[in-house]
Design a protein around this ligand. Sequence first.
Ligand code: ADP
Ligand code: MG
Length: 347
Amino acid sequence: MALRVLVATATALLAACAADDGPIIERQLLAMGTSVDITLHAADPRAARNALAEIEAMLRQYERDYYAWGDGELARLNAGLRDARTVEVSAELAGLLEAARRLAAQSGGVFDPGIGALVELWGFHTDSGAQARTPDPADIAAWLAGGASIADLSIADSRIGTTRSSGLLVDLGGIAKGDAVDRSIGILTRYGIDNAIVNAGGDLRALGSRGARAWRIGVQSPRDAGILGVVELDDGEAAFTSGDYERYFDDEGERRHHILDPTTAYPADHTRAITVIAADGVTADAAATALFVAGPERWLDVARSMGVRHVLRVDASGRMQATQAMRDRLELGDGSAADIIVVSSEG
Ligand code: ADP
Ligand code: MG
């Protein structure tokens, strides 16, 4: 079995034009297994330096605390859940768990951060993914019979417990990057920085604009180094992509990747990539994962119930589908315009 793990840049920042509201500062940080690139206009360079230092410290702490298999806060919560104990967590983690549970319910269960034990069975829980392999069918069957879900979490202020006796392991991997990007944007705003972009391995959120123009991003193609098209982001908007090319291995010709369908316990095999634009990173991140799993029959309904209007989907054969709202904003490369199928009439 050949194993390949790719860290992808799902969207790429396009070249800049000149700006008049302060010099452009660019900083690259390595955090959460990816490159976090921050570009900002600094009317006050000292405030910018302080903001970047605070973001870097936050991300360092974040990758410890929000990694289910580490030694931080989420790992401690999971240890408690394993023993059916109630655990007191920080207000921040409680808030993210609350959001995760709400988004999972809105997704109809295709997004479910309660599937940590399944992620572990597949071996997609380590940074390198070097342990990834197709699980024993008996283990898959046992996991399905257990039916662990984030819905089994009881949240009373900051006291987190579970209504089940075993099997619940919370993995925030489908939403944590969105939360970390939102927190980074929050720090920039607090330092009075109004024009910036935070790009965590192609998942990003914008503030303000780049000079006189909107921030422009390229949506990466799931099968080659090119881009599918270009989108302009409004103030505060986030664009997140979930793809089958980010972490995967080959199992006798089958692509086994890290986005798992909780109803089959296997990687969803009908989709190559989903790109979502939403008003914040947490929603965009959760929705991209959810719509990836939702598949051809359900993705539009799930987008509606999650309150997401801008979606681009690339299916398993490479065909592109988009909501009308996304189509209206996407500048496609030559030749691909004819290929995209608009699948909703809402504007
Ligand atoms: P990435 O973080 O690689 O950009 P995603 O946001 O789609 O991609 O998150 C994928 C991660 O989310 C997986 O590595 C796993 O930890 C977790 N995950 C996988 N399937 C699901 C699912 N159906 N619901 C919630 N989380 C999931
Ligand atoms: Mg996600």
